[in-house]
Design a protein around this ligand. Structure first.
Ligand SMILES: Cc1ncc(COP(=O)(O)O)c(C=O)c1O
Length: 485
């Protein structure tokens, strides 16, 4: 790697500046030279890691104990150079790293890292801005506001909605549900400042195959676990069942939240928003959509029909670190009424500098946080509208190729309608399917997940990395063929 010389920020200070902040020439030299070497080493290790991805086995080669042994577990008595620390970190961790950003990681739903987003993320760390207040950090706030506007446009959501950048979809779900709780209780004449105890009950209704993270968000918020509504064979909520469940409640106007989903973890299917949003609104319920990865169908003209009517909901959660291929961690919360978002999340303090336009910290659970919306802007700026829709199309096409190839394998069966990015397959009885999952992991060409869906063991393939190529798909299918033999 040609080491591009970093200019330390202290290098642009004149003598008076340096004296004013108490830096001597020696301190400055020590900071810039040692700091620069550490950054150069980190850059070298990072590029070596990225270069290794196409060829390396996907699973880690050691376990946590192996990494602990390599790191050395005793707190050192004295200092080491930053460069040494970076080298130790990179070499000790390397065998314990999973090639999650590789094009052959199809486990969970993890996405990858678009180069522009990764590079922007490095800048975010270097800038070290606390992205809480508009007037204090105008640079990252401007970038995040623009990213937010572009997201609303791409996802077909109301253009005046509030947007916050969270650690992931779990916290985006939590933030949206906090806004829902706040608004519903206020409407019922209850001030949350009194706490929840003794207040009006809020009903929560969700499809039987909601993602577990919404249960977690409800638990954090002191809301009841959801009443579960039956779903169809793809995990989509049945509108008629939803109607019946809502009708069995306390009647129109009683505080209620209906949780819908864009992107079932196993099938990729989305709830029928057109029918369900209207039903929920008829009884005055707040509609929240968990669209961690499935909401991105809206960004592609070819897949937008899967999320028809989603824009009519009241709040939405999605991830940029999944389909959009921003590095961890980056979720997005969108609330149609920004007022209820800031009522739930906003903070005030005499030492804070509030902006009339509203501050980023009024839209997320944290006060202090990194500018995690900046990599979102970078990938959107680098991809443009056509790049994002092309990405969604490519991920779906790879999923289709997997499904077609699996159907050809002896004894294998694709269990879901492959309408989006998820493929769920059985290789016969549960035991054989589990053996195929285990063999795939042991062999290491690709990572596919085991799971259980509709009472059957399944092998799950989730296509969410922009880096996945036709060759990655072909190599993974070959590995599946070997594992199934
Ligand atoms: C539908 C759905 N909702 C929520 C989540 C949780 O997202 P995160 O891990 O970013 O918090 C996931 C994760 O896969 C998901 O698939």
């Amino acid at each position: 790697m040609a080491a591009a010389p970093f200019r330390s920020h202290t290098a642009v200070m004149d003598t008076a500046d340096r004296e004013a902040v108490g830096l001597t020439a020696v301190d400055e030299h020590a900071r810039s030279a040692a700091g620069q070497r550490a950054l150069d080493r980190a850059h070298q290790h990072a590029t070596r890691w990225l270069d290794s991805l196409p060829g390396r086995p996907v699973p880690a080669r050691t376990d946590v104990d192996g990494v602990l042994d390599a790191l050395g577990q005793d707190l050192p008595d004295g200092p080491s150079s930053s460069e040494q620390v970076v080298d130790l970190l990179a070499t000790a961790c390397e065998p314990g790293l999973v090639a999650m950003p590789s094009g052959r990681f199809f486990g969970f739903v993890v996405g990858g890292s678009h180069p522009s987003a990764l590079a922007a993320d490095w800048l975010v760390s270097a800038w070290d801005q606390n992205a809480a207040m508009r007037q204090v950090t105008p640079g990252v706030t401007a970038v995040e506001e623009l990213a937010g506007r572009w997201l609303l446009d791409l996802l077909g959501l109301p253009t005046d909605a509030g947007v916050g950048f969270t650690t992931g979809a779990t916290m985006a779900n939590l933030t949206a549900l906090a806004a829902a709780r706040d608004q519903l209780l206020r409407r019922a004449g209850w001030d949350l400042a009194q706490g929840l105890s003794g207040g009006p009950a809020i009903r929560v209704v969700a499809g039987r195959e909601r993602h577990t993270s919404v249960d977690l968000a409800l638990r954090y918020l002191g809301l009841p676990q959801a009443e579960l509504v039956d779903v169809d064979d793809q995990g989509r909520i049945l509108p008629q069942r939803l109607r019946e469940t809502l009708a069995a409640g306390a009647g129109p106007g009683a505080p209620a939240i209906v949780l819908l989903q864009a992107g079932n973890l196993h099938s990729g299917a989305s709830d029928p928003f057109d029918a369900c949003v209207g039903l929920a609104h008829e009884v005055g319920a707040w509609v929240h959509v968990d669209g961690a990865f499935g909401l991105w169908a809206a960004a592609s003209p070819s897949y937008r029909h899967l999320t028809a009517g989603v824009g009519g909901a009241d709040s939405w959660a999605t991830d940029a670190h999944k389909t959009l291929n921003v590095p961890y961690d980056c979720g997005v919360v969108v609330v149609g009424d920004p007022g209820s978002m800031s009522a739930a999340m906003g903070v005030h303090g005499d030492y804070l500098i509030a902006d009339e336009a509203g501050d980023p910290m009024d839209r997320v659970p944290e006060m202090s946080r990194r500018g995690r919306g900046v990599p979102v802007w970078a990938v959107l700026r680098a991809s443009g509208r056509s790049g994002v829709s092309g990405l969604v199309d490519r991920l779906c096409a790879h999923a289709r190729s997997f499904a077609d190839a699996i159907e050809e394998l002896p004894g294998a069966e694709v269990l879901n309608e492959v309408a989006f990015t998820q493929v769920c397959a059985s290789f016969g009885d549960d035991e054989r399917t589990r053996r195929v999952v285990d063999r795939m992991l042991a062999e290491g060409t690709a990572w596919t997940s085991g799971s259980r869906w509709r009472d059957r063991a399944v092998l799950r393939i989730s296509v969410s990395n922009a880096a996945t190529t036709d060759d990655d798909v072909a190599r993974t299918i070959e590995a599946l063929r070997r594992a199934a033999d």
